[in-house]
Design a protein around this ligand. Structure first.
Ligand code: PMP
Ligand code: GLU
Length: 392
């Protein structure tokens, strides 16, 4: 074996912190410990029946072969129709690529866009995966630190200050994981004005689009023709219709050459996504599951209100009710843990069996992330344990 058997880039790649903590919580549970995990961003609901029925029909019909790498045409048509109907975005099916979760969509995008040393602007706090994928593609993450007072959102002047001649792309996540903030149309317009005339791509991660509790959702690409041309719209079905395990995400771009290059990449690593999932996904996108989606949103909304109220009753903790997604980004700065979110999370897990994700995993100290994608009963119990933990 050579002295250095592994590539430098794989050695520099960190494990997903959110997955690592939920795996640890599951292991502790399997050992018999009484663990309540609020670490993974995964809806507790079952996939709606109308979607499962479509999968069963596909299986019975023997739809079990390889398909086109980008996904079957009826699925890409269903995605194009959804983007037009719900997001006011006109994409042709040839401008859409379906992948194994939005995670693979993001992987494809960074691999296809980034040359060594290119800069990618990422508002912080950010979802754990972006900087890792940027680094893996040879790029450099440039973080714009936001804060609670401005709703964890970047402004036009913050964006202007972060742009350099090396800026290749910006990642916008709305609603945000981990903060739940949602950009308004006016805020997106202000950001788009800064980008006008540049050749900067916008990677718009819209995974939590269906989970809005306050205001309304606007797609970045819907702001203007200019934004449509520079945006890569990323979405998926994991969160909106509780399909995390089925593995389906998708992206859309007006740049057909970019789509073709990512299709080439995918053809060399994973090919098409699971054929059964593709058939099921059509029913998730054509409106048949809309009542199930609304039922889940209502349940998340109730959990959001109740959970935020209970957290704010705990001395030295505070949280702003998120406008979207299903996370509380809890401010712990006034607690005895101050800015040490890792120690907070570790001791809470050891002493009370409650798993949260430390803010530092998302690039921001002084916070912990609590996923409320679980029952109200678990939320009440978990917050009760956190209160007990802080009392010492
Ligand atoms: N984007 C965001 C913001 C997420 O939180 C997630 C979490 N799963 C993803 C993308 C990827 O989801 P998936 O791969 O399950 O489609
Ligand atoms: N995105 C979810 C989260 O933030 C799922 C875990 C992951 O994919 O990293 O918890």
């Amino acid at each position: 074996m050579k002295n250095n058997p592994y590539s430098a880039k794989i050695q520099n790649l960190a494990e997903s912190a959110t997955i690592a903590i939920s795996t640890l919580a599951n292991e502790l549970k399997a050992q018999g410990r009484d663990i309540l995990s609020f670490s993974a961003g995964e809806p507790d609901f079952d996939t709606p029946k109308v979607i499962k029925d479509a999968a069963i029909r596909a299986l019975d019909a023997g739809f079990t072969k390889y398909t086109a790498v980008a996904g079957i045409l009826p699925l890409r048509k269903a995605i194009a129709n959804k983007l037009e109907r719900e997001n006011n975005l006109k994409y042709d099916p040839s401008e859409i690529l379906v992948s194994n979760g939005a995670k693979q969509s993001l992987f494809n995008v960074f691999q296809a866009l980034i040359n060594d040393g290119d800069e990618v602007i990422i508002p912080s706090p950010y979802w754990v995966t972006y900087p890792e994928l940027v680094a893996y593609s040879g790029g450099k993450s440039i973080f714009i630190e936001t804060n609670e007072n401005t709703g964890f959102k970047i402004t036009a002047s913050m964006l202007r200050d972060a742009i350099t001649p090396r800026t290749k792309a910006i990642v916008l996540t709305t609603p945000s994981n981990p903060t739940g903030s949602v950009y308004t149309k006016a805020e997106l317009e202000a950001l788009s004005d800064v980008l006008k005339g540049s050749d900067i791509w916008v990677i718009s991660d819209e995974m939590y689009e269906k989970l809005i509790y306050n205001g309304s959702f606007v797609s970045s690409a819907a702001i203007s023709e200019d934004m449509l041309a520079r945006s890569i719209t990323i979405n998926g079905l994991s969160k909106s219709v509780a399909m995390t395990g089925w593995r389906i995400g998708y992206l859309a771009s007006k740049d057909k050459m970019l789509i073709k290059m990512m299709d080439n990449l995918q053809s060399q690593c994973t090919s098409n996504i699971n054929s059964i999932t593709q058939m099921a996904a059509i029913s998730a996108l054509d409106g048949s599951a809309d009542s199930d989606i609304e039922m889940m949103r209502q349940a998340f909304l109730e959990r959001c209100k109740e959970g935020a109220k209970l957290i704010n009753q705990i001395e030295n903790l505070s949280v702003k009710e998120p406008d979207g997604a299903f996370y509380f980004f809890i401010n712990i700065k006034d607690s005895a843990y101050g800015r040490d979110s890792m120690r907070f999370a570790k001791e809470l897990l050891e002493r009370e069996g409650v798993a949260l994700v430390p803010g530092i995993a998302f690039g921001m100290e002084g916070y912990v992330r609590f996923s409320f994608a679980c029952s109200l009963e678990q939320i009440r119990e978990g917050i009760g344990r956190i209160a007990r933990f802080l009392k010492g």
